[in-house]
Design a protein around this ligand. Structure first.
Ligand code: IMP
Length: 430
């Protein structure tokens, strides 16, 4: 019996897609358990780039079952487009390899309209959402007016729920947000067409996963976003609307806590974030520009330039505790080549008070002073290296220092975007 959870431990975009794709070789089933198409996982195999937004990143491996769990919010139009693209590449040709939870909630056109309109109205105070309707869909789930796949499958139930919701949403859109009302018939027809495509994949994924785990199959849970975007534990309110920590697997996939065996955290060797919100180690000058340029730090879903900064041990230490990490994968160390000196943030100071974990107050986060230590850099290109010993001494020292500061062993180091551009320190992850 063996399961593995992969989570991002910063603000998302840590390179989870690549790591999941790599770990999927060992797995039988790969599961998404939260978030939606706000995530964008970039996979590079044989020099060819594929971006998946909803389907788990293991999809490029033949013979692996991909599961979209109940905790995911699904835009059915985006999902159909993603299936089409993958099928054109020869993946997912057999429907048995994709399973969608019957209780996953659907992103509806009014959710996207509300998300975009609210962000426009917020002006300077905007969260910088991906505009995919994620927040409004989770709001409706909690308000118990959401539409699930099981509802879509029953035309009468779907029609009633849509009519009821749309009546209220159109008043909100028109009177409060000053947006156009949406048309019932257009949405109904469009979603019924999508149902024809997706119905074949819809099952009780919680029971399916229980059965597979009991049979000894290896199940990999793929987190989206990162711990600092968790709605409870992140830099609230500049967060996403789901729980992104490893514990969310239980609720978001319907598996019991005893069935979670290993948790690996993915962290960049520096820090990035997209959207608004506190970012203590952010760099504004040429060093930040170098990270953005060399790291190709532009959003895979929105194309927005990412904010870049030094590695923040406070962030990752907090995430290590929250997620119960038993190993760490460090990504993009190749991007750090060429800095004469590197800095790591080891703690924060706010008005004389020391923090070694993330403060909850946004005021503290915005007013604090990061405490840095400096380490010597290296100039060598790292992308062709495949063992820890081959790394320049200063790069090894940098990794060892991160390990010490976080207290979790580093099992994998990524030296490039390609599947093969990886240093595997421990051979097995399950
Ligand atoms: P939402 O998830 O679209 O509501 O956006 C809320 C916040 O989370 C914004 O700051 C987004 O930029 C951020 N966010 C959402 N998904 C991702 C992701 O996959 N990577 C990085 N940031 C994300």
């Amino acid at each position: 019996m063996s399961t593995l959870v992969v989570v991002g431990v910063q603000w998302g975009d840590e390179g989870k897609g690549k790591v999941v794709d790599l770990l999927a070789r060992e797995a039988d089933v790969i599961v998404r358990f939260q978030g939606g198409n706000n995530a964008g996982h970039t996979l590079v195999v044989g020099g060819k780039k594929t971006i998946v937004r909803l389907i788990p990143s293991g999809v490029l491996h033949a013979g692996k079952v991909c599961v979209i769990g109940n905790g995911v919010v699904v835009d059915p139009q985006v999902l159909v487009e993603e299936i089409d693209t993958l099928q054109q590449q020869g993946c997912l040709l057999d429907p048995a390899f994709l399973k969608i939870s019957e209780t996953a909630h659907l992103i509806m056109p009014y959710h996207k309209a509300i998300d975009l309109a609210r962000e426009r109205l917020r002006g300077e105070g905007r969260i910088g959402t991906t505009g995919r309707g994620i927040g409004p869909t989770y709001e409706d789930k909690m308000a118990r007016v959401g539409v699930r796949f099981i509802d879509l499958l029953d035309e009468k139930v779907f029609s009633e729920k849509l009519a009821h919701n749309l009546q209220e949403k159109n008043i909100y859109l028109g009177s409060i947000l000053k947006e156009q009302a949406l048309d019932y018939g257009q949405i109904f027809d469009g979603y019924c067409r999508l149902r024809e495509r997706l119905a074949q994949y819809v099952i009780d994924t919680s029971r399916y996963l229980h059965q597979e785990i009991s049979r000894g199959r290896k199940v990999l849970f793929e987190g989206a976003q990162g711990t600092m975007l968790d709605v409870d534990h992140g830099t609230y309110p500049f967060v996403t609307s789901s729980n992104t920590v490893s514990g969310a697997v239980c609720a978001g996939a319907g598996v019991a806590p005893q069935q979670i065996h290993n948790v690996i955290g993915i962290s960049k060797t520096y820090t990035t974030r997209v959207g608004s919100g506190p970012f203590p180690t952010e760099l504004f000058g040429p060093e930040g520009e170098k990270l953005r340029h060399d790291g190709g730090e532009f959003g895979s879903v929105t194309g927005r330039p990412r904010r870049c900064g030094w590695f923040d041990a406070v962030v990752v230490r907090t995430a290590a505790r929250l997620n119960g990490l038993n190993s760490l994968a460090l990504t993009k160390i190749d991007v750090l080549s060429g800095f004469p000196t590197l800095r790591i943030c080891t703690g924060y100071d706010y008005q004389g008070r020391h923090y070694d974990e993330m403060p909850a107050s946004i005021q503290v986060l915005e007013g604090l002073t990061p405490i840095y230590e400096e380490l010597p850099g290296w100039s060598e290109r790292l992308t062709d290296l495949r063992s820890l010993d081959a790394l320049p001494a200063n790069a090894r020292r940098y990794v060892e220092r991160i390990e010490q500061l976080i207290g979790v062993p580093v099992k994998m180091i990524s030296v490039g975007a390609g599947r093969e551009e990886t240093i595997l320190i421990r051979p097995s992850f399950f």
